[in-house]
Design a protein around this ligand. Structure first.
Ligand code: S3P
Length: 450
């Protein structure tokens, strides 16, 4: 089983205004997909702006294990020489996806319709997460999976030697499950149809079309119906990965709650399936503007400008917005703790099966630091007492979850006392430059030595 090494305890001290430009790294979802689709293509895919977080590096390593040639040429500049659809080789060893649910679930899909066997594992967080949500639909193609009790990793998949196409309605709002089924459908003859009742991030669909697959999307009474024609020849692409809106959320939210802040976060992808947090913040009264709005690589992009916003109010976040901001609820709860009144978040039970149970992890740390939080299986509510009201002082557990660690470090920036976090190590999975970037803006976040 992999791990990320010894815990890295950290402390975030209250700070005054953040200022400057925050250049956040490349989008994690698009980075994984660039490597996987590059590996399934013929020719050389060139990628710039690839996120070099551990999650994506683990996917790069996995693609090599399946036979692709993956090379780093410089910071964020990578190439992938693919093996083509159906060309995956059988890996010689166990595939270790570290902390990454996206990595393992998409790769399982990508290999499920090839006549090869592969065994997958990860760290303690990943090995406790549900995989049946992926292996159930993959079994319809003819793939077999044997894992631990409850459908957990480590798990071995025997790919279908004679795959059949599938029609599948995804039972939960999950882009990972949708993507796994689509990637499996690539090597099945005929048409694979995936139906999602609620729209989730659509990077896989957009990128499959970009790589030359025949894919159509139709809105119907059943939901969003995606039809993919199997066994295409995917053609290598040149990809410029946009900066990650989920990483941008941390400096943006820090600026909204740290008195006197004014921060510019340039070049952020604002695909509507990802941008729900920013709509929510504006609904709360945040001084958050979109500057220089443009389209890059087919995706809407803008520079985000966030200024200290002492007048934010709690709101009811519409449940239909949940999928477009699913990774942002932890940091939203930190903003809510500094707003006035109750922020009610409903339709969010998927938060309980992320890198950690994110409702439980945030509720526990927020309560310990003097914030009122109520919760149920599918909802939680944070009642803020206004700017500067969080007492702080209580150590928070990150539970091997990068977004929990970063959220509590941001909490400490606007609290009355510092906020310690037991382990900031997981931050390297998605935002390896977090500490340097926040320090440059004026944050006081330190590692606690021995
Ligand atoms: C992702 C999908 C989401 C999200 C994850 C990235 C993706 O997970 O939470 O961080 O890249 O497809 P689910 O599919 O489990 O909702």
């Amino acid at each position: 089983m992999s791990g990320h090494g010894d815990p890295i305890p950290m402390i975030s001290h209250p700070c005054s205004g953040l200022s400057g430009v925050a250049e956040v790294p490349g989008d994690k979802s698009i980075s994984h997909r660039s490597l996987i689709l590059g590996a399934l293509s013929v020719g050389e895919t060139r990628i710039t702006g690839l996120l070099e977080g551990q999650d994506v590096l683990d996917t790069a390593k996995a693609m090599r294990a399946f036979g692709a040639e993956v090379t780093q040429h410089g910071p964020g500049a990578w190439s992938v020489n693919g093996v083509g659809v159906g060309g995956f080789a059988e890996p010689e060893n166990v595939i270790d996806c570290g902390n990454s649910g996206t990595g393992v679930r998409l790769i399982m899909g990508a290999m499920a319709t090839s006549p090869i066997t592969a065994t997958f594992t990860g760290d303690a967080s990943l090995n406790s997460r549900p995989m049946a949500r992926v292996t159930d639909p993959l079994s319809l193609f003819g793939c077999q999976a044997v894992g631990r009790d409850g459908g957990r990793l480590p798990m071995t998949l025997v790919g279908a030697a004679e795959p059949v196409p599938v029609r599948y309605t995804v039972p939960m709002p999950s882009a990972q499950v949708k993507s796994a089924v689509l990637l499996a459908g690539l090597n099945a003859p005929g048409q694979t149809v995936v139906i999602e009742k609620e729209a989730t991030r659509d990077h896989t669909e957009r990128m499959l079309a970009g790589f030359g697959a025949e894919i159509s999307i139709e809105d119907s009474e059943e939901g969003r119906v995606i039809t993919l024609t199997g066994q295409p020849e995917l053609v290598a692409q040149t990809i410029a990965v946009p900066r990650d809106p989920s990483s941008a959320a941390f400096p943006v939210c820090a600026a909204l709650i740290a008195p006197g802040s004014d921060v510019l976060v340039p070049g952020i992808g604002l695909n509507p399936t990802r941008a729900g947090l920013y709509t929510t913040l504006r609904d709360m009264g945040a001084d958050l503007t979109y500057e220089n709005e443009r389209t890059e690589g087919g995706e809407p992009v803008a520079d985000l400008r966030a200024r200290y916003s002492p007048d934010m109010k709690g709101i009811d976040v519409p449940p239909e917005r949940a999928a477009s901001m699913i990774d942002e609820y932890p940091i939203l709860s930190v903003v809510a703790a500094n707003a006035t009144g109750q922020t009610m978040m409903t339709g969010v039970k998927e938060l309980r099966v992320k890198e950690s149970d994110r409702i439980d992890a945030m509720a526990t740390g927020l309560r310990g630091n003097g914030v009122e939080v109520d919760e149920g299986e599918d909802w939680w509510a944070v009642t803020g007492a206004g700017p500067g009201s969080v007492t702080g002082g209580q150590t928070c557990a990150s539970h091997l979850d990068h977004r929990i660690a970063m959220s509590f470090l941001i909490l400490g920036m606007a609290a009355k006392n510092h906020v310690p976090v037991d382990d900031g190590g997981p931050i390297a999975t998605s935002f390896p430059i977090f500490e340097d970037l926040m320090a440059q803006l004026g944050a006081d976040i330190r590692r606690v030595s021995g």
